[in-house]
Design a protein around this ligand. Sequence first.
Ligand code: GDP
Ligand code: MG
Length: 437
Amino acid sequence: LADRLQQALGEVRSRGRLSEEDVERALRQVRLALLEADVDFRVVKEFTARVRERAIGTQVLASVNPAHQVVKVVADELTELLGGTTSEFVLPKARPAVVVLAGLQGSGKTTAAAKLARYLRAERGLDVALAACDLQRPAAVEQLVLLGGRADCTVYERGTDATPVEVAGWALGRAREEQRDVLIVDTAGRLHVDDQLMAELQAITERVRPHRVLLVLDAMTGQDAVNVATAFAERAPFDGLVLTKLDGDARGGAALSVKAVTGRPIVFASTGERLEEFELFHPDRVAQRILGMGDVVTLVERAQRELDERKAAELERKMRRAELTLEDFLEQLRQIRKMGPLKSLLGMLPGMGSQLAALDLDERELDRVEAIILSMTPEERRRPEIIDASRRRRIARGSGTSPQQVAQLVKQFQAMRRLMRDLSRGRLGALGSLLGR
Ligand code: GDP
Ligand code: MG
């Protein structure tokens, strides 16, 4: 789809002016591309009509670069088609909030259950439990136990010697007792939508009264996925969609039609087999990716996350060997400040947990710390022990602080470095001395 649209719009792009004929020609390409990508023909028809209307309507305004304008209109309308704004996945205050995952066999329910569990735990700090209610095959329970373990979440399972409804009810009871924040129910699928599948799903939802039902769809199956969604919408209502296997060479048709056809938003996108490959579905970004503008935002975010992870690992290694320098300290300080309201620099460091979260750090003091480190030479940052009285005076002047403040920072840093080494060697006793400073 991307290639096709790109080609179609490339022609328009390369030309300076835009005639109504150009719009029509571009639209013909867009229409073909969408149909080829397996987008429902009614959706295609409506889509091109809307683009035409807007493209022609904006032509006068677009005298600067009309081609650009058409691309923009197509991007906007694609975004609209994909759901407009990102649907936040809001859970009710109820404890546990119950989420049921439904869908055909192989659509990716079990994987999505574990991914959602990991997501809610990692991104929102929720205590999530999973219920293994796919009793079609014994392996399904094992699979959830395995994936749930990887997601660091509890899995309620009773093998296959009870009915799915019994297991669901029992799991809900346990989730209540254990005061879990969220219970995610993995259900069985069938190869096709049939009465048995719907009956089982209905029985489970009647038993656990879920706050959210998510329908899991395999994006690779194209138009079939749309048919499945339509069938479910009629017989077993759901609140939102999870599109899986978006990493495959899916032609994108499913993503482009399901929202329009079912009226339900795509909430999550699953883009790989790893548990982390799961994110909120961003219509605007996907629309831009389809258009070939490149999904800059996602790329930047991903790169940032990976960079941060690498830096954290490096830092942990240095801490263990007590090789930490003021340079690292500054780097870490900035990274953490960048992350928003500052709670505690130390609390974020690996191996140092909630004990330090209570420690209040003053923002202004941090500005001062930054200024002081910035006024040091690289050598001084690496080996603060060389900072003598004359260097101290120079640093103080450069940073608008006093030599005493510089001395204090160096002293604190050295104490911290010692503490970290001790901590990473498991001697937690030193913690008190720092907190007492
Ligand atoms: P279920 O039968 O609906 O529970 O589906 P599963 O969760 O067992 O998934 C079926 C297969 O699809 C498994 O091999 C998964 O690893 C794979 N799978 C699920 N989600 C994704 C995804 O987003 N991308 C890829 N590449 N594979 C996926
Ligand atoms: Mg399964």
